[in-house]
Structures are given as structure tokens and as C-alpha cells.
Design a protein. Structure first.
Length: 297
């Protein structure tokens, strides 16, 4: 029950975001601007500071990289397996497959801080940093036939990837931030979590997905049930320390990122169906995340 209580405040922020957007008249443009601020300024500051503040060894980082790659790879394989089992339309599969392995970074780092403190947030920041290029590569490749977007250019301009690599490089080099700079980044990062989660709630949508019931159920099962089980197994096989194993499990159990909807719309996919998938996954994860964390002790 204590785990459920730790998770509850962050999902209350999701509910607040939904109420602000759909009941209290805050416009889509307001939240679009807020999300850009979080994505390009506040969240990169949080990631960079979280990674640089705690000493990391090359061996420890390499083990987390292996574990993250195993989880993302399993998610990609299980998601695309729906094509053989359900035989949906190619557009529906390409649009929805990303929802089986992409993850909501805002919720992940907020819960990591609640469950593991500063060290937990640092571990989650590393996992997220490693997973961003893998998940983006897989998602963009799956939708590439519908668009001519340049994959490498998108990755090179990704602020989360850039801030993670810079933080990791500074950490391994033993560099430290001057006091005033550290304070500024801390204040930017503190704003990132709440605003990011509120934007998640504002983006929830229940319209669309007609005719895709089986496909939606498949992707939800992969993201909220199969992937956490894979993370639990991988943590045991690699012998991860308890904190890192717990953060890997939390990462795998996260709902899909709202960026999946943006990518589907930009690359000619079925954005409405993806929006429903994201919304249902976010709602159900409020129940499944505490269950997985309690099962893992």
C-alpha cells in the first residue's frame, strides 16, 4: 500500500492536467507552449544535473546500458509480433507498435525520486538517456515508409539525448558544476517534473481507435505486463543491485510517452488511435505500476 501512496500524487497531477485542459478552459496552444518549454529547457536541465551529481563508473553504466537495450529490444520484438498474430493494417501496426516500448520520461523521473531519492533519480536518468536513441530509432524506422524524415538529424537534435551524453561525459571525467550553476539547474529541474506531468494529463484523449480493439489490447499488454516481466528477468540475470533493478522495473512499467502521438501525426500515422492507446496506458499504469513494484519487494 505504501508504494501505491507514493505513486498517487503524480497521477493526481495527471488528473489536474486533464481537468485544466478539458474542464477549466486552458487552451491546446497553452499546453503546447508549456510542453515545448519542458522538453527543450527544463527537462534537459533535470537530466544533466541528475546524471552529473552522483559518481558513476564505466562498468556500472555499461551494465545499465545492457539492461536497457534488452528491455527496449524485447518491447520492439513483442510489439511487432502483433503483425503476425493479429494481422492488422500496416499503418495501424506501424503507428501503434511504438506504444509497446516508448516510455513517459516525466512520470518515470518523478516516481524514481519518490521511490529511490536522489540516487534513484540518477539511475533512472541514465536508463532514460540510454533508451531515448534506441526507442526513437525503432519508432521512426517503423513509420519511415510514410515519411521522408531524416532519422539521424532528429536524433542529433534531441535535447534529452544531448543532455544525457553531456552529463555522462562530465560525470566520467570527474567534473563538478559551480554552485550558482548547480542552483539554477536544480530550480529548472524542479519545475520540469510537475509541469511535464500536468502536460501529460492535458494530452489525454479518448476519441479514436475504432476497429483497433485487439491491437490496442495487445500493445497495452506488452507495455504494462510483458515488458515489466522482462525487466524483472533481465535484472536477475545481470545481477543488478537492488536500487538499479527497481528502477529498471519502474522504467519498463511506465506508460507510453505522449510524443508517440506527435510522431504518428508528423509521419502520416493514425494519431487518433495512438492518442487512445497513450490515454488508456496512462490510466491503467496507475494500477499496474504499484502492483509490479510490490511484487518486486
Amino acid at each position: 500500500m505504501s508504494v501505491a501512496l507514493l505513486v498517487f500524487p503524480d497521477f493526481m497531477l495527471v488528473a489536474l492536467g486533464w481537468a485544466l485542459r478539458h474542464k477549466l478552459g486552458f487552451s491546446r496552444e497553452f499546453f503546447a507552449g508549456t510542453e515545448r518549454l519542458v522538453y527543450f529547457v527544463l527537462f534537459p536541465a533535470l537530466l544533466f544535473q541528475a546524471i552529473i551529481r552522483t559518481p558513476i563508473t564505466a562498468g556500472n553504466a555499461a551494465m545499465l546500458l545492457q539492461a536497457t537495450a534488452a528491455v527496449i529490444g524485447s518491447g520492439v520484438a513483442l510489439s511487432w509480433l502483433a503483425g503476425l498474430v493479429l494481422r492488422p493494417s500496416s499503418l495501424g501496426l506501424a503507428s501503434s507498435a511504438q506504444c509497446g516500448y516508448r516510455f513517459n520520461t516525466y512520470i518515470g523521473l518523478a516516481l524514481a525520486a519518490s521511490l529511490g531519492g536522489t540516487q534513484g533519480q540518477t539511475v533512472m536518468a541514465l536508463i532514460v538517456g540510454f533508451a531515448v536513441p534506441m526507442a526513437n530509432l525503432a519508432a521512426v524506422y517503423g513509420l519511415a515508409r510514410h515519411s521522408g524524415s531524416g532519422l539521424l538529424r532528429e536524433l542529433a537534435r534531441n535535447p534529452l539525448l544531448i543532455s544525457t551524453l553531456l552529463g555522462l561525459a562530465c560525470n566520467l571525467a570527474g567534473l563538478h558544476l559551480p554552485g550558482p550553476v548547480d542552483t539554477v539547474l536544480a530550480r529548472l529541474g524542479a519545475a520540469a517534473i510537475a509541469l511535464g506531468i500536468i502536460c501529460v494529463g492535458a494530452s489525454l484523449s479518448w476519441e479514436g481507435g475504432k476497429g483497433y480493439g485487439a491491437l490496442i489490447a495487445w500493445m497495452l499488454a506488452v507495455k504494462l505486463a510483458a515488458l515489466p516481466a522482462v525487466a524483472w528477468l533481465v535484472a536477475g540475470l545481470l545481477g543488478l543491485p537492488p536500487l538499479e533493478a527497481r528502477m529498471l522495473l519502474l522504467f519498463a512499467a511506465l506508460p507510453t510517452a505522449s510524443a508517440a502521438y506527435v510522431l504518428a501525426m508528423r509521419m502520416g500515422g493514425d494519431g487518433r488511435m495512438v492518442a487512445v492507446l497513450i490515454s488508456l496506458g496512462t490510466l491503467f499504469s496507475a494500477l499496474t505500476i504499484p502492483v509490479w513494484l510490490m511484487l518486486a519487494g
